[in-house]
Design a protein around this ligand. Structure first.
Ligand code: AMP
Ligand code: MG
Length: 429
């Protein structure tokens, strides 16, 4: 890690230098109610044979597919450890981030690139999904593999997409070769299509499922702004780990007066495991440091985040909520789940998301961010205060919107949200 990055990390006021422990702290030290039902997941792990992707299975016999690390630990006196899965997830998201960074660099340098040309983000999106799926299966051989991800290969199989498929294949093979961790022969176009389709799982409340948004915040990616590779793991319907790679997020607070300093290093990797806390490190390598959400009880000092895109979340509703609460600062508008990452380290204290009526949130847009904030001491609910339920398949069924803050501010925030919802109508899709 660059010295400047280390300095930047140590300057973050909410960070506590520490390293993640493989023996998690006592489970009940977290009173966040949404984590409780994990005790039920210590036992049966039902495996869906249809969700196993065979493309990378050469090192795993079919017999070994009947177990996973979840079912191997049946000791109900200790919380489940997901250390191996977390290490694999960090590696997968980091490698995918490298691919995305290279594509974004090319996109921003190109003077012939039309602003409306979405092909770079398409290529990076598929490439990121392939790399994450590839790395997870390589790092966790012999385990059942189920992935709920945004992309499928349908469009790429069309005649007119063959050039795009070539670009994705080259990009993925170049990234794997440059990394050097995996001695494999280059993937063919057919391999790429098969790996993309490993993400077609429906998720649900049984067994383990990875949940991936290969590029969350595609609009931010195209603008050269924030985006994230967001990867979570569900076990029996609960999010048990999450990783957010945010290549453009400064290592220093984005709400402090020092933001946008010319030498500010960027590129953050947030990681969280159930009952083990949330950590941040730089994407170019640094010791992880434990992060916490803001402790503030005073809404006047509580900066708040929302989507950059007004079409994704009502800015007028959030403005009304902020006014009722007495928030003084202007909203911080950034793309993607980088908002959850920034909140987890206390950059701001509130995240408000109110899509148009009728919009259905997908689990990959929130799973990783949800646990990153929860393990840093925050709370994420829908507008009625219900916990988010990731066990129902690819969608989150919500009562209007998502709100995130610390436990002290949540009662006042909920009250302001309920009042504002009576006054400011959300448009329909
Ligand atoms: P954000 O950058 O926080 O605004 O969220 C980005 C995510 O919003 C994308 O990954 C999309 O899945 C999602 N999205 C796309 N269209 C909409 C919409 N109309 N309303 C709300 N979210 C949307
Ligand atoms: Mg997304």
């Amino acid at each position: 890690m660059a010295a400047s990055s280390l300095t930047a990390l140590s300057r973050l006021v909410h960070l506590t230098p520490s390293s993640p422990k493989s023996n998690p702290k006592p489970f009940l030290s977290f009173s966040f109610s949404a984590t409780l039902p994990i005790f039920t997941s210590f036992f049966t792990l039902k495996l869906k044979s249809s969700s196993y992707s065979p493309i990378l299975s050469s090192s795993s016999s079919s017999a070994s597919l009947s177990s996973s690390s979840s079912s191997s630990s049946l000791n109900s006196s200790a919380p489940m450890s997901y250390d191996k899965q977390l290490a694999a997830a960090k590696k997968a998201a980091s490698l995918a981030a490298r691919l995305c960074q290279n594509v974004q660099k090319g996109l921003l340098q190109s003077d012939v690139q039309s602003k409306s040309d979405k092909s770079p983000v398409t290529v990076a999106d598929y490439g990121s999904q392939v790399l994450v799926s590839f790395v997870l299966q390589k790092e966790l051989p012999g385990q059942a593999f189920s992935l709920v991800a945004e992309e499928d290969s349908g469009d790429l199989r069309k005649e007119e997409s063959q050039e795009t498929l070539e670009r994705i294949t080259k990009l993925v093979n170049d990234t794997i070769a440059n990394d050097g961790s995996y001695k494999v022969s280059p993937l063919s176009k057919g391999d790429i299509l098969t790996i993309i389709d490993s993400g077609m799982s429906e998720g649900g409340s049984n067994g383990q499922h990875w949940v991936l948004d290969p590029i969350d915040g595609t609009k931010g990616f195209l603008r050269g702004d924030q985006y994230a590779i967001a990867l979570g793991l569900l076990d029996e319907g609960k999010v048990v780990l999450g990783v957010l790679a945010c290549p453009n997020l400064p290592l220093e607070s984005i709400t402090s007066q020092h933001q946008n300093t010319p030498n500010g290093a960027a590129g953050c990797l947030f990681s969280a495991q159930l009952s083990c806390g949330t950590y941040m490190e730089s994407l170019d390598g640094s010791p992880p440091v434990k992060v916490h959400v803001s402790n503030t009880e005073n809404p006047e000092e509580a900066a708040f985040f929302e989507s950059y895109e007004a079409a994704h979340s009502s800015h007028s509703l959030s403005g009304s909520i902020a006014k009722k609460l007495g928030v003084k600062a202007a909203p911080v508008r950034i793309d993607s789940q980088a908002k959850y990452g920034a909140l987890s380290r206390g950059d701001g204290a509130i995240y408000l998301r109110f899509p148009n009526k009728g919009y259905r949130e997908k689990i990959w847009d929130h799973a990783a961010g949800y646990i990153v904030v929860a393990e840093a001491g925050g709370v994420a609910t829908d507008a009625a205060g219900n916990p988010l339920d990731f066990s129902k398949g690819r969608y989150l069924d919500l009562d209007t919107g998502i709100i995130v803050t610390n436990r002290k501010l949540m009662p006042a925030l909920l009250k302001a949200v309920q009042e504002s919802l009576k006054e400011v109508a959300l448009p329909s899709l």
